[in-house]
Design a protein around this ligand. Structure first.
Ligand SMILES: [Zn+2]
Length: 423
């Protein structure tokens, strides 16, 4: 079977059967490897629910022990200004929340990832990355909350509207600084070395009017075995990067197919569109929170010691509420992202003209994404098209664009459990 990999069969183009060609690709994942891929992804679907419940539990616990009212009153007794009270409450909340959820985070982010062979880090290195993440959340989160609570105090009725603007600016700022200030805290980026991959990417970029002086290679194999590429940044910081796993584990045709997809995000302006769409969605969540939170605070007033929404001790109420609302909004968020991803897929097929390379990488993503979900499952839980959707799209493209298209018989994906099968 392995020797025949990639050899065209004698089927003629007129007879090119999209579903059959797609099925040959889907057949490369079967048995225990497929069960494992399904289990990892389905477990993740449940984790989204448990995460929201867990976060509500932590918020409820912090309200019951009246942690933030104690911080607020302590600051007040010292005669410190209200904004310092907000800052102290925000920092204490972010720290307490991270500490209480640490065992769960270790299970989900470290232990479970190790079980599925997706993490390359030691516990110490993983915790180090988490600490950097926590420091970033503490700095950005507390500044953001400082502004949001100032807005709530000044505009008790319309705060959600101005708050949406503030969140939109915060998202834009984070996207802007991510490639230059945040990524380097976790990884090293270098120029993609000269060679066939770079030549292909530069040629595609030029053909599509994308500046290609820099293409970045990120050493994400430090953290995991996942293959990945992305467009990050905005305006002066926008860039296309791929990780070293993609370079190591895929052929030139496959890498070209992935980079065609990333060029699609760039050319189609998806970064801006996503900022606008996510800000609008956040506006809806904040509006709902502005309607529901006051009732919750009235309900818990006696036992929680929260005086109102403008009181920074209300933070756990807002945070718990927003985690539930975000969970409920997940299918919408996923669909908004998936639409862009599907557009980028179509663009990438046109740009790279590697339908089989595209199908091959779509199958390799089975390491962390279920390949054949039901239609409802794909709509609810998938933020990228599933492997089956992608492979079928690629084979349809091949039928429509490749004269005399022939099927390839791909070799089965290596079983991730087999020692030595992973580079
Ligand atoms: Zn994408």
């Amino acid at each position: 079977m392995g020797l025949l990999a990639g050899l065209p069969t004698l089927a003629h183009a007129a007879a090119f059967d999209v579903d059959h060609a797609a099925q040959l690709w889907l057949n490369t994942l079967s048995g225990p490897a497929k069960a494992r891929s399904d289990a990892y992804f389905e477990g993740g679907e449940w984790l989204a629910l448990w995460n929201a419940l867990f976060s509500v539990g932590i918020c409820w616990f912090l309200l019951r022990i009246r942690l933030l009212p104690a911080v607020r009153d302590g600051m007040h007794r010292r005669g410190w200004r209200p904004w310092l009270g907000v800052l102290a409450c925000a920092l204490v909340f972010i720290m307490a929340d991270s500490l209480l959820s640490l065992p769960w985070a270790i299970y989900e982010g470290y232990w479970r990832e190790k079980q599925y062979g997706l993490l390359n880090q030691s516990l110490g290195a993983w915790l180090g990355d988490q600490a950097i993440g926590l420091a970033l959340s503490a700095v950005f989160g507390s500044v953001l909350l400082l502004v949001i609570y100032a807005v709530i105090r000044k505009y008790p009725k319309r705060w959600w509207l101005i708050g949406t603007g503030v969140v939109g600016l915060a998202i834009t700022f984070l996207v802007l600084i991510t490639p230059v200030f945040i990524v380097p805290l976790f990884n090293t980026s270098s120029e993609l070395p000269n060679g066939p991959v770079r030549e292909r990417v530069v040629a595609m970029a030029k053909a599509n009017g994308v500046p290609a002086e820099h293409i970045y290679l990120v050493d994400e194999s430090r953290q995991s075995d996942r293959i990945s590429a992305n467009v990050s940044g905005i305006g002066p910081t926008i860039r296309i990067s791929l990780n070293d796993n993609l370079l190591k584990k895929t052929s030139v045709a496959e890498t070209a197919a992935v980079m065609g997809h990333e060029l699609g995000h760039y050319v189609l302006g998806h970064v801006w569109r996503m900022i606008v769409v996510l800000t609008l969605l956040m506006g809806l969540l904040l509006w709902l929170a502005s309607r529901i939170a006051p009732a919750l605070i009235r309900y818990g007033r006696e036992s929680w010691g929260v005086r109102g929404l403008a009181d920074p001790a209300s933070l756990p109420v807002l945070a718990g509420l927003l985690s539930v609302l975000s969970l409920l909004a997940t299918p919408v968020t996923n669909t908004l992202i998936r639409v862009d991803e599907s557009e980028a897929d179509a663009f990438g097929l046109d740009a790279a003209r590697e339908p089989d390379g595209f199908a091959a990488t779509a199958m390799k993503l089975s390491a962390y994404r279920k390949i054949e979900p039901g239609p409802l499952e794909e709509m609810l839980f998938f933020d990228h098209p599933s492997g089956k959707t992608r492979v079928t799209m690629a084979m349809q493209w091949k039928k429509d664009h490749v004269p005399n298209a022939v099927e390839v018989v791909p070799s089965p994906l290596p079983d991730p459990k087999t020692p030595g099968s992973r580079p």
